[in-house]
Design a binder for this molecule. Sequence first.
Ligand code: NIG
Ligand code: FE
Length: 421
Amino acid sequence: MNLLIENIKQLVHTEEKPVQWAKGRAMAQVNVLDDAWLWIEGDRISDFGPMTALNKEELLQGKTEVQFLDATNKLVLPSFVDSHTHLVYPVSREAEFVDRIRGLSYEEIARRGGGILNTARKLKEVSEEELFVSALERLNEIIAFGTGAVEIKSGYGLNWEGERKMLRVIRRLKEVSPLTIRSSFLGAHAVPQEYKGKQEKYVDVVVNEMIPQVAEEQLADFVDVFCDRGFFTVEDTERILEAGQRYGLRGKIHANELDFSGGIQAGVKYNALSVDHLEYTGDAEIEALLSSETMPTVLPGAAFFLNMIEAPARKMIDAGLPLAMASDFNPGSAPSGNMQLILSMASIVFKLLPEEALNATTLNGAYALGLSSELGTIARGKKANVYITKEISGLSFLPYAFGSNKVETVILNGAVQTTKK
Ligand code: NIG
Ligand code: FE
């Protein structure tokens, strides 16, 4: 199937010469083509240009099965790339949400055996099929909000049986969903109850048993660790990242959410693809990131939901760094995968210009999944994961009008999706 979108009010984020990421001042640069067309062949972006230069006869010559869409007064953008989620989970945790309203902190809840351990207990009670069905529903929800690629982590099993169950669910999701999906093995998400007081023993299991098994069964693309106060230490993290390297699993880690944990430096040392959360980022952390290929990733939904201090996103960009933003969709700290909301928070809370916010949620998210040559912008040869907005004034309206769904038509792999409204 081929698809021609005509009369596009603005074709946003086009690239003639694709780059792997946008950093520093370049984050504020987004190419916009007014009154444009976009030609999709099969699952790829084939060509684009201004309507005044559209030679339809030539373009369509010899082409059968062409679908036409009119985007008068509408924008076309590359789909969001959500580079950090935990959207395979058994049940929601609104009881803990109410506990936090009453004054308990996320860390106190975790210390009492709630939080991640709560979800890990629930995971044992649900079947692989149930996990799959509920996650697929979440995927369909984020598709309707404009997401075109997503990373999903394990991390609620905390033993091989449970981790494997989650990773198998993610593998099945990869097979059936039109989304581009990448998976991360997060065995070191929390220390399981039975290993309390002997954390290194659990890390031994992760390093010596689970990671080799993940690699053997090709169950994940990346390896993750929650490197923070009360969770895993720098030493634990380095052991896991090193094991990941040996088995071809690059790191994408949780770092510096609760303290200056040393996680950012550990991630950089082991050439992690991304370090995520980053509420506690100072000059030393920025310095380390500046000479790295690691994508700093901020998760505004989690910071908002847990009322945390804000990561110094503005300062990082002004220092010349690239920055990605993702949803962290999970039952404990970010029960939403709506990337339009993340785009709004990027501008409203973190003071990113609409262009910077767009780069953070598209191209840089794609980099954080090793996908920036495939996704994240409108470029010839890239995968045709794009959306058409409702009738709106321009790019700035997207972060401005927070809370409503501005996406009207979703195209994934070149095919128009029927999304639930
Ligand atoms: O990214 N910080 C660690 N892990 C998740 C939360 C997981 C949970 O509470 O279930 C996060 O915020
Ligand atoms: Fe997370």
